[in-house]
Design a protein around this ligand. Sequence first.
Ligand code: SF4
Length: 659
Amino acid sequence: MSGESVFPALEPLLEQVSKPIQYVGGELNSTVKPWDVGGDATVRWALMYPDAYEVGVPNQGVMILYEVLNERPDALAERTYAVWPDLEALMREHGVPQFTVDAHRAVGDFDLLGMSFSTELGYTNMLTALDLAGIPLHAADRDESHPLVVAGGHAAFNPETIADFVDCAVVGDGEEAVLAITDLVGAWKREGRPGGRHELLLRLARTGGVYVPAFFDVTYLPDGRIQRVAPNAPGVPWRVSKHTVMDLDAWPYPKQPLVPLAESVHERMSVEIFRGCTRGCRFCQAGMITRPVRERSITGIGEMVERGLAATGFEEVGLLSLSSADHSEIAEVTKGLADRYEGTNTGLSLPSTRVDAFNIDLANELTRNGRRSGLTFAPEGGSERIRKVINKMVSEEDLIRTVAAAYGAGWRQVKLYFMCGLPTETDEDVLQIADLAKRVIETGREVSGRRDIRCTVSIGGFVPKPHTPFQWAAQLGAEETDARLAKLREAIRADRRYASAIGFRYHDGKPGIVEGLLSRGDRRVGRVIEAVWRDGGRFDGWSEHFSYERWMAAAEHELTPQGVDVAWYTTREREEAEVLPWDHIDSGLDKEWLWQDWLDALDETEVDDCRWTPCFDCGVCPQMGTEIEIGPTGKTLLPLTVLGAGRAQMVEAAAGHTH
Ligand code: SF4
């Protein structure tokens, strides 16, 4: 019978694999619902984060969808993750299909398989899962008995490279979108599945909010560029729009965060304090595609922290967002939470890489009694000139002043993030990082009076992304990236007075080229993904599994007959008139505005954050019928309403520190 557990067949295999606990489920706050919970028309989702359990389980997106779907009486959702090659081999040998970790049901039994892609390097893992699930790799080969494969997440903003493998893609915020899809699938099931899979996909496509690649034809020019992408089915709109949840307070998820049994990358719970970012860093896809800014209120944040801690027993809370220090009431939020949880074991963290003194004040507030180990700042570009190009408005003086404040406040270690290969960059821009790092150490030694302070320079290759002003830019080749990084390393090591105080971490340029191929590729790149997977490609986001040679060999073999190559997709600059593979996916950003911003970048002209300055017409707000949603609300976090264990202690602590 459908929906049966495959655990009896799986269990004997688990003792033969590494970390078997990652496959057993049963996490605190996980949910198992009866297969027919909503009757015949129950809509069943398998949600996949296509990476290892330890990376996937803390993923907020999946956690949120899992919870909103399971709250519905007529739906159920279970989770599935990429299995490691050791288990994959055994599953193939013993005929065990891809399974969910919740009830160990076969993924092939579900109505929908939702895949959340944070990075393009998860594509080969998707193919493993499809294959293990018994789902044909190509959407065109699937029938009524197979789940609909739905792609989401940031990488879905260019779904073209995986167009052959997914039935549809959804861009933007998922919570309202999955509910709308669930409604539509449920109605279609109740009606007796009229028109089969085709009709269902057509209904989804006609909403304008679900992209079904099969309903779009792509034609090419003789030189390899795209000529046109056009719908081929009646009633399917030319462009697919992104989903935007406007009122975050109405979506306080996850309410019951999952607590993994096995080790995961984050041993803490996270509360998303806002979505979107308007700083306009030109390299940043996340910032561009999640506009506009929508803040959770201070009271909403307080309730989520309180409820989440009670539901999980975690002792650390991360206040998440793209740039957490930018919340309009962040000072009140951090102070309020620090007051409330002072004297308890609850630690608070605020991932923010903003280069300014205010950010340090916040970090100081959150570590009132704790150890001040490391702070991270992201100037991103090595020289002031390149920071103008990328619109990261940080001067060298800002940076030095900021690190001086950090070392002065007792922080011992400062990490600085940079990128290599930014548009118009030369060796000189990157070599300035060495001088900057030396000044940082010098300043740190001066203000702290200590010799044991450290600074780590972390640098990776820049990958131009769709829906950003750099979508037209040439990516720097892997060899050039590596050569530039080698020069930087030399420059850092050259000066013995500082060399031991400066750590240097870098990623070589090769994975970035593959990421570049996948992120700005079109449908022709799908064959490369499949060839890599057939050749054994798995877990490409893990350096020990990633093989550049395998990708290049597959690309050579699959792209050459199509008249294109890796360089064409990566290191080639595009013209304004070129049809980009993702032009029919509407992120809300006006293409003309993006082009102007690209020209501004080349001119080293900065634009301000539209959160605080007049709108610069990027297109998002009018087009999406939305607007920026920020405070201040004027509310405060207290009084405390913590319920359950530890309440008295927390009340006492909070009361004692409310100024
Ligand atoms: S501050 Fe810049 S890099 Fe950070 S999320 Fe916003 S746009 Fe992106």
